[in-house]
Unconditional design. Sequence first.
Length: 197
Amino acid sequence: MKIIIVGASGTMGKYLTEAFQEEHEIITVNTNSGAIPTDITDVAAIEKMYREAGAFDALICTAGPTFVGPWSRLTDQEFRKGIEGKLMGQVNLVLIGQHYINPKGSFTLITGALTKEPQRHFANASAANGAVEAFVRAAAIELENGIRINAVSPTVIENSPQYFPFFPGEIPTTMKALEAGFRKSLFGAGTGQVIVP
């Protein structure tokens, strides 16, 4: 299987790349590095990425920049970071990617527990997550050629301890559980699902 991993240099992306690369052909995509450097906030860059990658079987996105910080600093400009990054970046990966993906392929996007359990400093991520999940459910009933789409929605992950203080009382999602969530999306039959690892 030929899998594009967007956000391959991040904590989740690195782990998933290592987990899948022995069994599958992996194309790594990051903003400034990887096999095909791509800024997902730029529609032309996404189109160029797909042209370079060619036909593929699955796309995983673990990227999605948002504003993280105190409510007092949340402005229109800061809020747009999550809209342009985590929401529209992922939406455009699907809208453009549907013309390049092989029949019966799959898209797996990233959201998070903040959708339903907001925490201080993450209002932007909560809103973007919720919108991505609604998009996944809607896209699932319209994508053609047997193409599936799901989202994986972890809480704070165990390999990101710097975020633990922001998630009091949360049991971190293990990397193995995270991998299992992505495997369910990639290799299972479900579509329009929000998978909680």
